[in-house]
Write a protein of this length. Structure first.
Length: 138
């Protein structure tokens, strides 16, 4: 009885969080904006299917503590593609809410914004690599 109740609560919380993420992606037009930026608007339904499938599979692997055992090269490839997707998603989100132009006007950094964005990208990448390789070795 208690296990079923906990499963119901966990499932309900997952539905609420998932609905919030979908609402964010829908209201801010993140996926269509990504398609517009990359020039791949004709693949929008494929992007949506991949996003839903990958989220579901990732959640199930996380909950079940299951490993595919595909090796370190697959891990590197999937980590890079995941990082690229999250970076593009964050960029589209920032562009959708016009964060970058507002910061550029307020801080009066008209010609330097590309260097600031590049430093953010490189800093995040090097920090993640440092964390995965050196700091996370147990």
């Amino acid at each position: 009885m208690r296990t079923g109740f906990l499963m119901l609560i966990g499932f309900s919380e997952g539905v609420v969080v998932g609905s919030g993420v979908v609402a964010l992606l829908t209201l801010l037009d993140i996926i269509p904006r990504l398609c517009q930026i990359t020039g791949t608007y004709h693949y929008i339904s494929l992007y949506q299917i991949i996003l839903i499938s990958a989220t579901f599979c990732g959640s199930m692997f996380s909950l079940m503590n299951y490993s595919l055992g595909l090796g370190v090269y697959f891990l590197i490839f999937s980590g890079l593609t995941y990082g690229i997707f999250v970076g593009m998603l964050a960029s589209a989100l920032a562009e959708a809410v016009d964060v970058i132009p507002i910061i550029e006007r307020r801080l009066k950094i008209d010609g330097y914004i590309k260097y600031i964005i590049l430093s953010l990208i490189l800093g995040k990448s090097f920090g993640s690599i440092l964390n995965w390789t050196i700091l996370n070795m147990n």
